[in-house]
Design a protein around this ligand. Structure first.
Ligand code: ADP
Ligand code: MG
Length: 707
C-alpha cells in the first residue's frame, strides 16, 4: 500500500527559496530597497549591500539545514554545474568554528574554467573562469542525500568576459528585447511601462521506466536511449495512453516531484500521460525568461532524483525508444511589461490592434530571416531522431497563425487594410444538458513547429533534455532586431500612422512565406516549403553553421548577445558534442553486441542444435525442419551482426583520426550512424527469434508497458 502524506501546497510552496518575501522580512529596509534597484533597474551592486544580503542568506540557509553553499551555473555541457564550499571559517583559538559567508563570496566565484567546454576560447585566453551572481533569479536551498546546500544562480564567464555558459547570453538577450520593446511601446504612447521581459513556460516531456529493468540495459545507462530493441506487439497505435488515467505508481511519483518542485518555488501546474506508453508531461506556470530557464533545469534534476526514490528511472532523452514517439519541450514565449501588458495579446478584434499587428509582423519577419538560426537553437544530438525524421515537429520552420490572424494577414496583404476579425462561434454539442459556450476563434495545430496559441507563441522544436536557454536567446535577439529596425524607421517618420501601416503591410507581404497553417507532417509540405525557399535542415550537424552565418552574427553582435569569437567557439563545442555523443553510442553498441548479444545468440543456437540432435536420435526420421529453419535463419543473422560489428569498429577508428571538428562530425553522421543502423537491424530481428530467457536484456515491452 502506498502511504499518502497530505500537505497544504500553500504551506510548502517556496519554502526553500530566498524569495522576495523572505528578503523583505529579513533584510534591513535600506538594503532590501538597494537590492531591488539592482534587480529591477540594473544598478550596480555595492559590496556593503552584498555583505548584508550574504549574511542574511546564510543565516536563513543554515536554519534550513544548509552546511554548504554553491554557485550554481549552466556551462555548455547541457547540465548544471556546482562546486560546494562549506560555510565554516578557520577554527578559532578555542577550537570552535564560525560560519560565514561574505558579499564577495556571494557575488563572485572562481571555478577552474579549464575543464568545461570553451571551444577554443580557452586556447586564446586564460583558463581562469568566474561565476557571477544573477540576483534576478532567487537563491534556494536544495536538500538531497548529501544534506542541504544553498544554491546561488550564477552566470559563468572567462577571465576576459567571454560567456562560457547559457545564462550570460540569455541575460544579454533579455536586455536587448527589453530596450527595443520599450522603444516600440514609447512610439505607441506608452510611458508607464518601465521594463519588458519575455515570459516563458516550457512544457517538459519525459519517460518513466522501472529502475531495476533500466539497470539491465547498458545502452540506457551509457547513452540515455536504447540502441537495440524490437517493437513489442503493441506500440502507441491504440492512442490509449494520451491523457489516460495515471497509474498509481506514477501518480505517487508525480506527487513527490510536485512537492519537491513547489518547495523550490517551481510552479509545477499541469501533468498528464503523453502519447507514447510510459511517456508523461509536466508544465509549470510561465515566468520570467531566466527564471523559467533555471526552473526547467531544476525540474529536470528533480524528475531524475525523485524517480530513483520510487524505484523508477526518468529518461529525458529525446528518443529513448525507436518506433515510439520521442520527447520534446514546448517553449511558450510571449513579451510582458512590468505593468502586466502582454505584447502578444491580440484582443477581441486584432485587425484594429495596430501595435499587436506590428509586433506580429515583426515576429514573422524575425523567424523568416533567421529560420536557420532558430532551427539551430533546437539542434541536439538526440533531437535528430525527431526533427526531420518523420516525427513531430518537422525540421522545416514555419509559423501557424490560425484562422483569425491568417484572415487578418490576408486582408493586409491583398488590400493593405484589415477591416474585420473572424469571431469565435458558439459551440453546439447537440446535447441539451451540456452548456453551449463560445469557442476560440482559432483551432489548434499540433504539427506546427512555431504556433500562435492565443497570446503567446509556442516553439515546439526544442529537445526534451536540452536547456531552453538557447531557443530563448535566439528568439529574444531576432525579435529585438526586428523591433529595432522598425523603431529606426518609425522614429524618423513624419506621419506615424501612415508609416506603421506601411511597415505592417510590407512585413506581412514580404514574410508571408513563413506562414503555414496546414499539416506540417505531410510530404506535400516538404515540397511546398522547398518551392517557398524555406530551409529544411535535417540534422544537428547541418544546423550548426547557422550560428556563424553573416546575418545571424550581425544580429548577435548588434545587441552584444554574442561576439563572433563566442559564436565560433560555440560552433566548435556543438560539433564536438555531436562527435563525442555518437562515439559513445557506437562504442556502447560494440560493447553490447560483442559481450551480450553474440554470446546470448550462440547459447541459444547451441541449445537449438542440441535439441535438434536429441529429437533426431529419439525419433528416427522425425521432422525437424522448423527447428533447422530457425537455426539457419539465426545463423545467417549472426553472420550479418558479425560483419556489421567489424564495419562499425572500423568506421569508429577512422572517425577518431579526423582532426577537423566539422568534418569529423559529418563523418560520424554519414558513416558511423548509418553503420550503427545496419548493426541494429539484424540484432532486432534476432530478438524476435531468440528465446526470451536467453535475451540478455529487458525488451521494449518490458520497459514501456510494465512500469
Ligand atoms: P496550451 O494548452 O495552449 O499549450 P497551457 O495553458 O497548457 O497552454 O500552457 C502551456 C504553457 O504555456 C504553460 O507553461 C503556461 O504557463 C504557458 N503560458 C501560458 N500563457 C503564456 C504566456 N502568455 N507567455 C508564456 N507562456 C505562457
Ligand atoms: Mg502547449
Amino acid at each position: 500500500m502506498l502511504e499518502t502524506e497530505y500537505f497544504n501546497v500553500a504551506d510548502v510552496f517556496g519554502e526553500d527559496v530566498f524569495n522576495d518575501s523572505v528578503m523583505q522580512e529579513r533584510l534591513p529596509k535600506k538594503v532590501y530597497k538597494k537590492l531591488h534597484e539592482v534587480m529591477d533597474e540594473g544598478r550596480e551592486l555595492d559590496l556593503e549591500t552584498a555583505d548584508v544580503v550574504a549574511h542574511e542568506m546564510k543565516e536563513w540557509a543554515i536554519e534550513r539545514g544548509a552546511t554548504h553553499y554553491t554557485h550554481w551555473f549552466q556551462p555548455l555541457t547541457g547540465v548544471t554545474a556546482e562546486k560546494h564550499d562549506s560555510f565554516i571559517t578557520a577554527p578559532m583559538e578555542n577550537g570552535k568554528v564560525l560560519m560565514s559567508f561574505s558579499g564577495k563570496e556571494l557575488i563572485k566565484g572562481e571555478p577552474d574554467a579549464s575543464s568545461f567546454p570553451s571551444g577554443g576560447l580557452r586556447a586564446t585566453f586564460e583558463a581562469r573562469g568566474y561565476t557571477a551572481w544573477d540576483c534576478t533569479s532567487p537563491a534556494f536551498v536544495r536538500h538531497d542525500a548529501a544534506g542541504a546546500t544553498l544554491c546561488i544562480p550564477t552566470a559563468f564567464c572567462s577571465y576576459t568576459g567571454e560567456a562560457l555558459d547559457q545564462k550570460t547570453p540569455l541575460l544579454r538577450s533579455m536586455e536587448a528585447i527589453n530596450e527595443q520593446s520599450l522603444r516600440l511601446l514609447k512610439l505607441f504612447g506608452n510611458t508607464t511601462s518601465k521594463k519588458v521581459c519575455p515570459s516563458v513556460g516550457p512544457e517538459q516531456e519525459y519517460f518513466i521506466v522501472d529502475r531495476e529493468k533500466y539497470l539491465q540495459r547498458k545502452d540506457l545507462i551509457f547513452t540515455g536511449r536504447t540502441l537495440f530493441g524490437a517493437m513489442p506487439p503493441k506500440g502507441q497505435e491504440m492512442d490509449d495512453h494520451y491523457f489516460g488515467a495515471i497509474r498509481e505508481r506514477i501518480a505517487a511519483y508525480m506527487r513527490d516531484v510536485n512537492k519537491e518542485l513547489w518547495k523550490l518555488g517551481v510552479s509545477a501546474k499541469t501533468q498528464h500521460n503523453e502519447v507514447a506508453p510510459a511517456q508523461h508531461e509536466l508544465a509549470p506556470i510561465y515566468g520570467k525568461c531566466n527564471i523559467a530557464v533555471d526552473n526547467n533545469q531544476l525540474t529536470m534534476e528533480t524528475l531524475k532524483k525523485v524517480a530513483s526514490r520510487h524505484g523508477l528511472q526518468c529518461l529525458l532523452h529525446e528518443k529513448p525508444f525507436d518506433g515510439v514517439n520521442g520527447s520534446g519541450k514546448h517553449n511558450n514565449w510571449s513579451i510582458t511589461t512590468d505593468d502586466g501588458i502582454n505584447l502578444l495579446e491580440p484582443g477581441a478584434t486584432p485587425h484594429e490592434n495596430i501595435q499587436f499587428l506590428l509586433v506580429l509582423t515583426c515576429i514573422l519577419r524575425a523567424v523568416d530571416e533567421h529560420a536557420d538560426l532558430l532551427r539551430a537553437s533546437a539542434a541536439d544530438v538526440g533531437n535528430d531522431h525527431r526533427l526531420g525524421a518523420n516525427e513531430a515537429p518537422p525540421a522545416i520552420l514555419s509559423i501557424y497563425l490560425g484562422d483569425q490572424l491568417q484572415d487578418v494577414i490576408n486582408q493586409l496583404v491583398s488590400t493593405g487594410e484589415a477591416t474585420r476579425s473572424l469571431e469565435g462561434q458558439r459551440l453546439h454539442t447537440g446535447v441539451k444538458t451540456l452548456p453551449d459556450f463560445m469557442k476560440d476563434a482559432t483551432d489548434r495545430n499540433r504539427t506546427s513547429p512555431f504556433a500562435f496559441t492565443g497570446n503567446k507563441f509556442e516553439f515546439r522544436m526544442v529537445g526534451s533534455q536540452d536547456s531552453v536557454a538557447q531557443a530563448n536567446i535566439v528568439l529574444n535577439t531576432i525579435v529585438a532586431e526586428a523591433f529595432s529596425d522598425v523603431c529606426d524607421e518609425l522614429e524618423k517618420a513624419d506621419n506615424f500612422d501612415l508609416a506603421v501601416h506601411d511597415i505592417i503591410k510590407k512585413q506581412a507581404t514580404e514574410h508571408q512565406r513563413i506562414v503555414f497553417n496546414g499539416d506540417g507532417y505531410s510530404d506535400e509540405w516538404v515540397e511546398e516549403a522547398e518551392r517557398r525557399g524555406l530551409p529544411n535542415i535535417k540534422s544537428m550537424v547541418g544546423a550548426i553553421p547557422a550560428y556563424i552565418k553573416e546575418n545571424n552574427v550581425k544580429a548577435f553582435e548588434k545587441f552584444k548577445v554574442f561576439t563572433r569569437a563566442e559564436l565560433e567557439s560555440r560552433v566548435e563545442i556543438e560539433y564536438e558534442k555531436y562527435s563525442k555523443t555518437i562515439n559513445i553510442e557506437a562504442k556502447a553498441m560494440i560493447d553490447i553486441a560483442s559481450k551480450q548479444i553474440i554470446p546470448a545468440v550462440i547459447q541459444y543456437t547451441t541449445a537449438l542444435a542440441t535439441s535438434i540432435n536429441s529429437v533426431k536420435s529419439a525419433v528416427a526420421g522425425a521432422d525437424v525442419s522448423t527447428q533447422s529453419g530457425i537455426l539457419t535463419n539465426i545463423s545467417e543473422l549472426l553472420t550479418e551482426v558479425h560483419t556489421q560489428l567489424a564495419n562499425l569498429k572500423d568506421v569508429v577508428e577512422k572517425a577518431s583520426a579526423i582532426d577537423c571538428c566539422q568534418k569529423q562530425a559529418e563523418f560520424y553522421r554519414d558513416e558511423v550512424k548509418t553503420t550503427m543502423d545496419k548493426l541494429r537491424k539484424p540484432v532486432d530481428e534476432l530478438e524476435m527469434l531468440v528465446g526470451k530467457e536467453y535475451w540478455p536484456m529487458p525488451s521494449y515491452g518490458d520497459l514501456i508497458f510494465e512500469v
